[in-house]
Each structure stands twice: as structure tokens, then as C-alpha cells.
Design a protein around this ligand. Sequence first.
Ligand code: ADP
Ligand code: MG
Length: 659
Amino acid sequence: MELKSIKGISNAFETKLNSLGIFSVENLIEYYPYRYNIINLINIKDAVPDEVCTVKAFVVDEPKVQYIKRNFNRMIFKVMSDNLIFNVTIFNRAFYKKNLTLNKMVVLVGKYNKLKNTFTASDIKFNLVENKIEPVYHLVEGLTNNNLSKFINEALKNNLYYDYIPYIYTEKYHFINKLEAVNLIHNPRSISDIKASYLRLKYEELFDFMFKINYLKKLNNKAKGIKRDLNNNYIDLFSNNLPFKLTSDQIKVMTEIYQDLTNEARMNRLVLGDVGSGKTIVATYAIYLNFLSGYQSTLMAPTEILATQHYESIKKILNAFNIKTEILTGATKKKERDNILNNLKDGKIDLLIGTHALISDNVEFNKLGLVITDEQHRFGVSQRNNLSAKGITPDVLYLSATPIPRTYALTIYGDLDLSMIKTKPVGRKEIITKVYKDNDIKDVLYKILDELKLGHQIYVVSPLIENNGELDLKSVFDLEEKFNIAFNHQVKIGILHGKLKPTEKEKIMDDFKKGDLKILISTTVIEVGVDVPNTTMIVIFNAERFGLATLHQLRGRVGRGNIQSYCYLISNKDVERLKVLEESNDGFYISEKDFEMRGSGDLFGLKQSGEATFKIANLKTDGEILLQAKVDSLEYIEKELYLDNEYYESMVNEITFIQ
Ligand code: ADP
Ligand code: MG
């Protein structure tokens, strides 16, 4: 239903609602408050430190506004309340300035600091409402909390919602009904109203989600794959030529893969392991088995740099077994590309490595049996479709260096079988990690110099290519200049970023690998997988801009050989969080911490990729509801109860279709 059908929504308001991601009446109804004000007027003298309170006051002096950054301002004004005069500070509400005239009565919501005689307000109201619970929404300029509340309540009159919780579970848990829940969440009368509404809406969202995941898993388990005839797992033969001894976890995962490949069910497995835990060798083993049974394999990497690196290291191992390996990337010349494609079709190539562009329409395999995707969360339904349309159901292996907490793994990867590599290859040294302030940069430069003198190489990472002037960030170009000055142009520095052409990137990576370049300054394009064992130090500027999991992955670029390696994080902010990396080198532990500190929303950039985002559920706090939803949705599937439910039945049909 269109927004404009709601009373009071003008064109101007519609634009503002759009900017909040609200495009329909349904969106509006689901625009839930992010918190509530419990309005209980008190006397300012009774304000408790650090506790939110609400007081009535009068403006006694004109507000002053400071614009700190784009989208960020601070307003300060004086008020009097119960014969006490104090300052009020409020952020991002500059648009209230014109309403704050002398002697105006206001109701302030916030915290009062007695020592500083300052009230930090989170909200200001202009009419007196006593002892009420009020929803608070995220706003944009020109759209007040009152506006939104009104629009939402208009929208609620349409009774536009469908209850997705199957009746048996509504009964079982005595959930309030959807209509009531949605109304109460926007207009609660008590705390218990809010709790009951949340519980019900969260369960609904998680049940829906887990149903999808469980149904996919069921289909995957049923999907017929290739049943290979191998009478031995050949792990000994395979590892004979390796220059190291496999870790126990590597052997365990290889055994799991052997089982997948030799049974009839289609393999759909995710190998999770920290950076440097040795996943590549495990994938190479899968390729080897697949080759022995007469099938072609493909390995897809997210970037050309990674594809090239995989090609080089995997080829070395597979040459010993006469496995013909080729690489295809965006940079492959037309003639060579045609040649590769022909040989692939004729079955003369056993393994094709490349970027995801590989699965374009004109790539035809002769007998594809195994698809490996590296460092990618998932390969999309449409890509899977592409392969299936070619009449093949290859086994699929995913590799990920993003260790994720258990609850999270259960959801986004719930339809995959999980293998974990937790043991690190022996002899690996822990990477010494330190957090430095901007002002201590001299110490960092000295350390870099020490490492350079030892003949080692350095990575430097910045979140930006160029400085856009607005933010206090060190860009790749800024750093290049600074380092050149610091080292008097005596140290060869390369720069790498996403805007370079593939051939340019390759050249720089090559020069760095050969040791012609000593320092590589880059954006996070080196984040995943790059392997130059002589690099013993990584320095990350504006480290506060990255999640812990990302920083941990970046850190994994060093410490690849047996030389002691270092990771220096430069930041003036958020030091507490960054210190987690000083304490630990364990990706699984770090991801738990990241999860705790940042919540699931922006974890690993999943928000952008649109996977596993929830409107109301929060995986960090709703683990129990999630687990219950998992159990219930499984039961719902097993007992085929969904056949009586229009919504879930059509969902099932859709899933089956895209498979
Ligand atoms: P990742 O899990 O990050 O993909 P890689 O597979 O690239 O890790 O392995 C990192 C490095 O460790 C490679 O140089 C690889 O040859 C080496 N390696 C892998 N397994 C072992 C092992 N069991 N013992 C010693 N070194 C190993
Ligand atoms: Mg199988």
C-alpha cells in the first residue's frame, strides 16, 4: 500500500520517510521504535547520576548550535527548573532551535550531571505528558517523533498484517496475536506490553528465517550428488610430497570431505578456519580426489590477486599428480581465454581457478564435479542456478577465514555442514600486537626501520584511498607521502588500491612478492588471503574504522613464515576494543568479542550483503528464541505441517524452484 494513502503524508513527508527506508505502509508499520521514554516527571534535585529522567523546565537563554561534522551538531542552552539554572546539551536536534524561545516550557529527557550542572538531553518535548511510555524512533530533520507516531497510528488502522507464526506455536507459547503486538509496540501501556510484543515479533521473524534455512538443509541432504568410487582416501599418498606434516584438524576435515565425495548425497560443506590454519591444502585434497574419480574442479576466489596466488600454490602441489590446472581472470587475454574455454569443454583441463566472473555463461565444463568458493560468504542462488541449468549437480565446498560465533553460524550457514580447523600448524609464532596513538607514530616508524634492516617487508593499511578532506583519516596517498619523507625516499614503497587496473595491481603485487618493493601501502584489498612470508609487520591506520574480525584477518597477512611478526594498530579512539587483539590471536575468541561489542548487524559487512538481517530480532541477545525457533521449525517441516499453511507452502515451492 502506498504511503500517500495515509492521512497526513505529503510529498515532502514521503521523501523523508523514504530516506529512512520506509516506502510502503507495511514498512511504516514495521518501523519499530528503537527505544522508549518512560515519562515520569521528577524534581531536578532528585535526579540520580547516570539515570535517565524527565524534568519540566523553562528556557532562559538562547540556544547556541555548533556544527561539528556533516550530520552531526550540538546545541547548548540554559534552562531553569525548580529554581535551579543549568545547561542543556543535545546532539543532532539543531532543528529545534527555533522552537526554543525565551520562557518556553519544555520537557527534557536525559541525564543530569550535578558536578557540571549540565543536563545531557536525548529528547526535548514541547507539550506536557505525564506518566506515559513513549516510543522513540530514529528521525531525520523535518520529521518529528510526533509526526511518525501519528502516521504509524493512521497506518495501523488498516490492519495490514499477516500472522506468520503457525497456530500451534501461538497456542503453545501463549503469544499475543500479531495485531495486538504491532499496536502495543507502538503504543505500549506498560513494560510488560513491550516485552510480550517483542517476544512474539522476534519469534515470528526467527521462525520464518529458520524455516527457510532448515528447509534448504533438508533439500540439500536429499539432493543427489556424485557417488565416487574410491576405495581409499589416499591422504597418505597426497601428503607424501608436502613439505610439512598435516595438523590433526586438517586430517579430520579431509576425512569428512572424503566421506562427502564418496557418498551419494551432494556435498555442501563449509570449512571454517582462522587465517593461516591451512584451508588451501584441504581444498587441494578435495580437488585431488575429484580428479582421481574423473571429474573436473573449479575454484573461485573473490579477487584476482587471490586467484593468482591460489593458482601458484595449488599448481605446485598438483603438478606432482599430473593434474592440469589453468587460471581464468578478467585479465586473461581473449586468445588465451578462448583456448582455455575450449580445453575446458574438451576435458583437457582438470582444474580451473579464477574469480567469480568464471561462472559467466560461456564457461562450459566437460564434467564438472566440484566447485570450491574461497573467502566468500555464499555463492548466490543465481550462480548456483547457472550451474544447475547446465545439468550438473557438482559437490560444493566453501572456505571461510571468518570464524563466527556458534549461534551465528547456525543461522547464516545453517543449511551447510560445518568443518572447523582450530589447530594451527606447529611452529607458528603468535603475532605480537600493539595499539598505538597517533602521537606515538615515531616509535612505530623506528620499529618499521628495524624490520626493514633485517630484510623484512611491511604492509601498511589505511581505510581510504584519498583524503576527502572531511574526515581525520590517513589515506593511502597521505601515508605514501609521509613515509617517503620519514625514510628520505630511500625505501621503495608500492601502493595498492581498488581503483587500479588488474594489470597494475598484479605488477605491484609481483614486485612486492619479489622483494623489489619493501613497503606496501594499501586499502583492505589485501585483506583476504595474500601470502608473502617475508612480510613480518602490518601497520593499520585508523584501526577504529574496522571490526575486530576484519582486523584479525588483516593481521593474518603476516606471520606466515616462522619469523616473529608484528601487528601495530594506530588509533586515538576505541582503544578498549582494539586491545582485544593485543590479548588474543584466536579468531573464534575475537569474533565472539566483536559480536558482543558490535552486535550482529554490521558484523563482517553482512548488512550490506543483505544476508541475515533482522528487523527486530538481535542474534546477540536472542539466542534462546533462535534455538527454540530452530527446533520448532524443524518439527514443522518433519511433520509436514506447513502443507496446511498458505505462506509456508508457497515459500517451500519457491525454494524448490530456485534450487
Ligand atoms: P589459509 O587457511 O589462510 O588459507 P593457507 O592454506 O594459505 O591458510 O596456509 C597458510 C600457510 O601455511 C601456507 O604457506 C601453507 O603452505 C602452510 N601450511 C598449511 N598447512 C600446514 C601444516 N600442516 N604445517 C605447516 N605449514 C602448513
Ligand atoms: Mg557426496
